[in-house]
Design a protein around this ligand. Structure first.
Ligand code: SF4
Length: 428
């Protein structure tokens, strides 16, 4: 449970959940900074320190670059949506309630819903849809795994405290004296520095081009089936090294393969996810192994889950015909904007300052953080608060097994995205 106590008359928060990446650490200690802003006192990382430490600025909304009241901005946004032929609602950097509000507005306004990071998420989704997968949770991996394979992804950058929280933890739920873990870094330029501490045994680095990680998993799948590979190298890696990796898999009692689909940004990147997942599925005939897909930043897991609950489909859903219609290619927001199939973009970015809309000359409404790094002025800009900082919310964690409550930590006049979206819907 989060708690609050007063230090020198100023609120001090413990066990706070962080919205700034997909693993949603829930152990942060936060207090006031000298400048009156927030400061991570304990259990943070560089990203959370920067996120919570953003100064509180409360600018007015703008229409055509001119300062207006919130009511005027809402009325203008509602008019634009009402008159739009096919609005696209994207970005979706928000929590559960924010996505609920976007879905409701898209339904009322007859629009399309897609997240800014769907391109990478779809490398996972396509595999889940076509051949299925066997994945684990952060908690299960933290407590049970004795072998971690970090496959082609610099997890330390996308989810900075993953190693601290899940790999290097000294205690385990199931043992007073848990065994040491082996951590294998399979990929290109991966940073192994966070795999450290008494719980970590061997750290193995296998340099390999990112787009060849799938070949190695496919080869191990073949070896698993009894095939004999005679090539000297596999995916650019010496065969003996791959055989050694396979032997480690077989010897482990619970292996976990970790990846971030954002890393597989090349043609057929989803095939790397598929190679990982097929190997894992077949390995479970004789041992225990699971996948763990990370990333999930900018509220992506919340958007994926809420879209499924509300529409029955994954993201990339259209309400243009009055009922939810799903098409992973047709309702790709970036493609639609490039093809001028939409005449209005409604962009939501309430978590990070970097989640900017794609380059487009389509009329744009932005509900964003006051510091959002926009390259041009949108038609309407409504500054909104950040969930877990300026208002309470709820986020789905990247492993999709829990939702975590986010607290309001400071007094802010910035409205929440959900309130602004509800007001726009009421004014349609
Ligand atoms: S690792 Fe992610 S969730 Fe954890 S404190 Fe850092 S930014 Fe927040």
């Amino acid at each position: 449970m989060e708690s609050e106590k007063s230090r020198n008359g100023v609120n001090h928060f413990e066990n706070i959940a962080c919205p700034f990446c997909g693993i949603a650490c829930d152990d942060l200690e936060i207090g006031p900074s000298a400048s009156g802003s927030l400061k991570v006192l304990k259990n943070g990382c560089a990203r959370s320190v920067a996120g919570f430490g953003r100064p509180l600025v409360e600018p007015n909304p703008e229409v055509d670059g001119k300062s207006v009241s919130l009511e005027e901005a809402v009325a203008t946004a509602a008019k634009l949506i009402r008159e739009s032929r096919l609005p696209v609602f994207s970005g979706l950097g928000t929590g559960v309630e924010g996505v609920r509000a976007v879905m409701a507005l898209a339904e009322a306004g007859g629009g399309v819903v897609d997240h800014a990071l769907s391109v990478s998420a779809y490398r996972n989704t396509r595999v889940m849809q076509s051949s299925g997968w066997l994945t684990t949770s952060l908690t299960e991996a933290r407590n049970r795994a004795d072998l971690f394979i970090i496959a082609g992804s610099d997890i330390h950058k996308s989810n900075p405290r993953f190693f601290e929280r899940v790999v290097c933890n000294e205690a385990s739920m199931f043992s007073d004296n848990p065994p040491k873990r082996t951590v294998v870094f399979l990929g290109e330029g991966l940073d192994p520095s966070a795999a450290t501490g008494p719980r970590v045994g061997e750290v193995v680095t296998i340099p390999c081009k990112t787009d060849r990680v799938g070949e190695i998993l496919d080869a191990m799948r073949a070896i698993q089936k009894g095939a004999i590979i005679t090539d000297e190298t596999i995916g650019g890696v010496p065969r003996a090294t791959v055989e050694d990796l396979f032997a480690r898999f077989k010897a482990a009692s619970y292996s976990v393969v970790v990846w971030n689909p954002a890393s597989f940004d090349f043609a057929g990147g989803d095939l790397t996810v598929q190679a990982i997942c097929e190997f894992i599925k077949e390995a479970n005939a004789t041992t225990r192994s699971a996948g763990l897909a990370l990333g999930g930043n900018e509220g992506l897991p919340s958007a994926v889950s809420v879209c499924a609950w509300q529409s029955g489909y994954p993201l990339r859903v259209s309400y243009a015909n009055g009922k939810p219609e799903y098409d992973a290619d047709l309702y790709d927001a970036e493609r639609m904007l490039a093809a001028k199939e939409s005449d209005l973009l409604v962009w939501l970015a309430s978590i990070g300052d970097d989640l900017v809309p794609p380059e487009t000359d389509v009329t744009t409404i932005v509900l964003g953080t006051p510091g959002l790094k926009l390259s041009r002025k949108p038609k309407v800009f409504i500054p909104v608060g950040t969930p877990g900082v300026d208002h309470a919310e709820r986020v789905i964690r990247v492993d999709n097994v829990v939702s975590l409550p986010l607290r309001q930590l400071r007094q802010s006049k910035l409205p929440s995205a959900m309130d602004v979206l509800a007001s726009i819907q009421a004014a349609l």
